[in-house]
Design a protein around this ligand. Structure first.
Ligand code: FEO
Length: 391
């Protein structure tokens, strides 16, 4: 097995999951990786582990470099099961001198694995640990995206091991940013931020400012998913800067679901109004677009227009699902509006507008409701709604 080195005596020893297609409700069409890193020094150190079924793959990769029993320190940057599921078996196999984690990491590890006998070493933010010739230090990144999350910095090689941050769900035979298609890479990185980190944007902003203030030289960013940013870490840092500041791209999304095509007709009329205003738009039917793909477009969109007919005094279930999901991620700095057909009660538009307002999205039009099937006049109202959003 070919050894994959990030620097002298620093290796990638993770696992590639080519088959995963659903990551707790996030569609992962391109699979993912669970990255772990091995540092060979006087104190041999493993940074993070992998999801439980991939333990053998991790151990096999370590074996190609060193006897796993020689590992002294095990760093846990993040306790979520995709990185710690194999931990009990790995700890059993390597019997480390120290399990290094943050204060909240210790709490979460105890709550997951209930092993007070493990040799925990809780690090304070900024604490340094010498491995012999190399030095590790630790940066607490609480709530990015779990309370336990931290980054580990390898001083001599200027590598920042960033847990979930700066990652993407992308299974490839390549391990570095300069080896993969850039459009695919940035699409998956955008999707990752949109679906995992949008809610924590204020914390991302603070973290980026803190790293800048610390003037930490960074040659590489090594996340726990996807590729290692060795050639252009600035590219993903610049994107995170844009995303955490909710910069809009000027585009509008018309997100809808339909029963008997009336709301679909209305969606197309809304799009016409947007087009008249010179606004680039996308029509996203929730019957064919997964919530996590729609959310990827939402991240940078400047306007969100929602369409749902009324069913049982509410909106269609796919719209309710999407709004519950989007509301949790709290995208901001957007305008919005709603429309939809109805038979006899017509509550959906009001409900969608209320959710937009709850999310601090500026509702710039009262909304359009059409009883049963829209005719020319009602479609004209939808065009007008589109024009208003476009303006
Ligand atoms: Fe990749 Fe939050 O786990």
């Amino acid at each position: 097995m070919k050894k994959i080195a990030l620097a002298d005596n620093v290796y990638w020893v993770g696992a590639v999951d080519w088959n995963i297609r659903d990551f707790h409700g996030y569609s992962t069409y391109r699979g993912t990786t669970y990255n772990a890193f091995l540092i060979i020094d006087e104190k041999v150190t493993l940074i993070d582990t992998v999801k439980k079924p991939y333990k053998s793959e991790l151990m096999h990769r370590i074996h190609t470099i060193i006897d796993p029993k020689k590992i002294d320190y095990l760093v846990v940057n993040h306790v979520e099961m995709d990185h710690s599921g194999s931990l009990p078996e790995v700890v059993e196999a390597i019997n480390p001198e120290k399990i290094i984690c943050s204060k909240m990491g210790h709490k979460a590890l105890m709550q997951h694995f209930h092993r007070p006998d493990w040799p925990f070493h809780v690090v304070a933010p900024g604490e340094e640990i010498s491995l012999g010739t190399k030095t590790l230090s630790f940066l607490e990144t609480r709530m990015l995206h779990w309370p336990d999350s931290m980054f580990t910095y390898l001083k001599e090689d200027q590598i920042l091991f960033t847990s979930d941050a700066f990652g993407e769900h992308l299974a490839t035979s390549e391990r570095f940013d300069d080896e993969v298609n850039q459009d695919v890479l940035m699409h998956e990185a955008t999707k990752y931020y949109a679906n995992i980190l949008t809610l924590y944007s204020p914390l991302v902003k603070k973290l980026l400012a803190k790293v800048q203030e610390m003037q930490l030289p960074i040659k590489m960013l090594a996340p726990d998913h996807g590729v290692v940013w060795r050639s252009n870490p600035g590219k993903i840092i610049e994107a995170y800067n844009r995303w955490c500041n909710h910069q809009g791209n000027g585009r509008a999304l018309v997100i809808y679901d339909t029963m008997w095509e009336s709301t679909k007709k209305m969606a197309k009329a809304v799009a016409e109004g947007l087009h008249e205003q010179g606004v680039e738009y996308k029509l996203l039917d929730l019957a064919v677009n997964h919530r996590s793909d729609v959310m990827t477009d939402v991240l940078e969109a400047s306007a969100i227009v929602l369409g749902s007919p009324t069913l049982n005094n509410g909106m269609l279930p796919r719209m309710a699902d999407f709004l519950m999901y989007m509301r949790g991620l709290r995208p901001t700095n957007k305008v919005g509006a709603s429309f939809g057909s109805y038979g006899w009660s017509g509550e959906a538009v009001k409900m969608m507008n209320e959710i937009l307002k709850e999310m601090n999205i500026v509702v710039c039009h009262p909304g359009v409701k059409t009883q049963y099937v829209p005719e020319h006049a009602q479609l004209g109202e939808c065009v007008e709604l589109g024009r208003t959003v476009g303006k």
